[in-house]
Ligand binder design. Structure first.
Ligand code: HPA
Length: 266
């Protein structure tokens, strides 16, 4: 069944002028942005094909805002593979942004640090990723507007955007490779040791599906991880979701400033 056109479910404000940038923000980070104006707010429940999930606890909203003088469409909260939803649903925001004509995308996530230099609180600009899931969001019939059947993935993360994002994050911002782990269990120390050998600096349960589709569609993509914890076995501590959430909460102001400065620099 073809996707309904955004005009049929989004308010008029989305179509009044071009949108400069799309954001897909890990849950919580949308709340701390300080936009000049919010033009429209759409709960995910009102987005056909996206809001239909019955998984509890994943409310979210799409905001159209003016942030740092730019028109920005921000998906606040995302769906994850571990929730059991299909890939089409996970990448739905990317396809929606594509249909809105958005050409620039910033993704954010929380991640565990494999690189021993990346203490909790470190912001890491993605230079590349390793898809450990064995699944591709591009599997299935080639969809119109999604680029070629076999898209190049040599530079998923736009190098110029990575420079802007690193500058926006300040001198302590690091760069590195993100490994996509399906979750929802955190990793074992043996997995983390192996993935470190493969070249991963951080590990998380999101972002890669969205980045792959956006890049295949021809968008310029940037992505930012907030390291919330040392990955399993990197420190002697066991992992606790509450601590991951607390570290993400503590990093909110820095994340918001970084996102805002990046958008301003576009
Ligand atoms: N592993 C996977 N995903 C995560 C982690 C982690 O250690 N921390 C935050 N998201």
């Amino acid at each position: 069944m073809p996707e309904p056109e955004p005009k049929t479910f989004l308010p008029e404000a989305f179509f009044e002028a071009p949108i400069d940038c799309g954001l897909i923000l890990g849950s919580g980070w949308g709340d701390v942005l300080r936009p000049e104006t919010v033009h429209a707010e759409v709960p995910y429940a009102d987005l056909p094909g996206y809001g239909a999930s019955t998984v509890a606890g994943h409310a979210g909203k799409l905001l159209l805002m003016t942030l740092a003088g730019r028109r920005v469409a921000a998906f606040c909260g995302r769906r994850h593979w571990y929730e059991g939803c299909p890939m089409d649903q996970i990448v739905w925001p990317v396809d929606c942004l594509r249909r809105l004509g958005v050409r620039s995308l910033l993704l954010t996530n929380a991640a565990g640090g494999l690189n021993p230099d990346f203490a909790p609180g470190t912001l890491m600009v993605l230079t590349d990723h390793i898809n450990l899931s064995g699944i591709s969001p591009l599997r299935g019939p080639l969809r119109e507007g999604w680029g070629p059947r076999f898209p190049d993935m040599s530079a998923v993360y736009d190098p110029d955007y990575a420079d802007l994002l690193a500058a926006a994050g300040g001198p302590a911002t690091r760069r590195g490779v993100y490994a996509f782990s399906v979750g929802p269990a955190y990793e074992t120390p043996a997995e983390i040791r192996t993935w470190r050998l493969l070249g991963a600096d951080a590990v998380g349960m999101s972002t890669v599906p969205e980045a792959v589709v956006a890049h295949a569609c021809g968008m310029r993509v940037a992505a930012l991880s907030c390291v919330t914890n040392a990955a399993a076995g990197i420190s002697a501590k066991r992992l606790a979701h509450a601590e991951v959430l607390a570290a993400a909460e503590a990093a909110k102001p820095h994340m918001a400033e970084t996102v805002t400065r990046f958008v301003a620099a576009l």
